[in-house]
Design a protein around this ligand. Sequence first.
Ligand code: GLU
Length: 397
Amino acid sequence: MIPITFRRLSAVSCCIMNAAHSLQTTIMQQKSSYRFVVKVGTSVLTGGTPRLKRQRLLHIVQQTAHLHQAGHEVILVSSGAVAAGRERLNFPDYGRSMPTKQMLSAVGQSRLMHQYSELYDIFEVVVGQVLLTRDDLGNRTRFLNARDTLLTLLDKRIVPIINENDTTATHEIRVGDNDNLSALVAALVEADMLIILTDIAGLFTADPRQDKDAQLIERVERIDDSTWALAGDSVTGLGTGGMVTKIQAAQLASRGGVTTVIADGMEPDVLRRVLAGEAIGTRFDAVDTHIESRKRWLLVEKPRGRVTVDAGAARKLLTGGASLLSVGITAVEGDFSRGMTVGVVAPDGREIAHGLTSYDSGDLRQISGVKSVKIPEILGYSYGDAVIHRNNMVVLV
Ligand code: GLU
């Protein structure tokens, strides 16, 4: 069934989007060298078969190698370790438990890298393997270490090939899918663009496999409820991500100042054409291109708790550039310490900001809804009026 929201995108709005897209195109073309992250899903590498296809890997390697040689900085985030492991072990029926997948990934990751390494050798491009978990990106020191490593690889003209570190990843520290991982990486290195290659040409007004009238959406200026409705429950066979995780990734990247394009991985010369601004796939605009790198980290870290605020406080945070004060807080969830990242939630349940809290969760429960002047009286001390200072906050919408 096609959700009602698919109908909202009329031919007229598509035309407007196209016109705006050309403007964006002109802006993009002014730059001669890009730093970009390419995410390749398992489905792109297997082509719907159970095996990694060498020709498909070559298609990606050839394009990225040429762009690298043309002076661009390329980071590849590639899935395919689990599929490679399964293939090597002759498609065993081990079930789908987490340790089984981790085991398959351990077998497959080295084989995947070996294949990439051999293919990049043809183009005399050196690659480096980087395995990451959310924990590596959600801790400020490790975040900076990961960034230094990636930037050093780029500086030495080496193409980093990233995958999630499946072996050590438990639910708490996993990103869970490489779509989101690629967005975290794009924010981490302050990339110009994130290109998510998949087995579908982009985001459509309906599922193109089921509806012949489905139209490709060329541009999404802002991700909102109607965008999420378009994601449906589309999932692909071997990988983890469907359209939902791709939109999550686009949202995360765009909040971090990174333009995202979702495109068909089998489209000829797709990467060069996307970078040249050609209207190919679905392009998601970056929300803020000037976010400070210190604040990008706040986007990447998983919040340890949540504070809900009243409508007045939400408005001041969104439009007034204000700090969050205790008086505007209506509820506190989770156990967290002073200095940790928390999510700020509007009365309608939307997460509107991430910020470093000046008070721990116990303190906040005591001072929520209370005027700042009362804080010393209630707690016996004060860390200042702002529960989250504006300088330590990034607004998400
Ligand atoms: N890390 C997994 C693999 O290499 C893939 C995760 C994903 O596709 O999102 O197979």
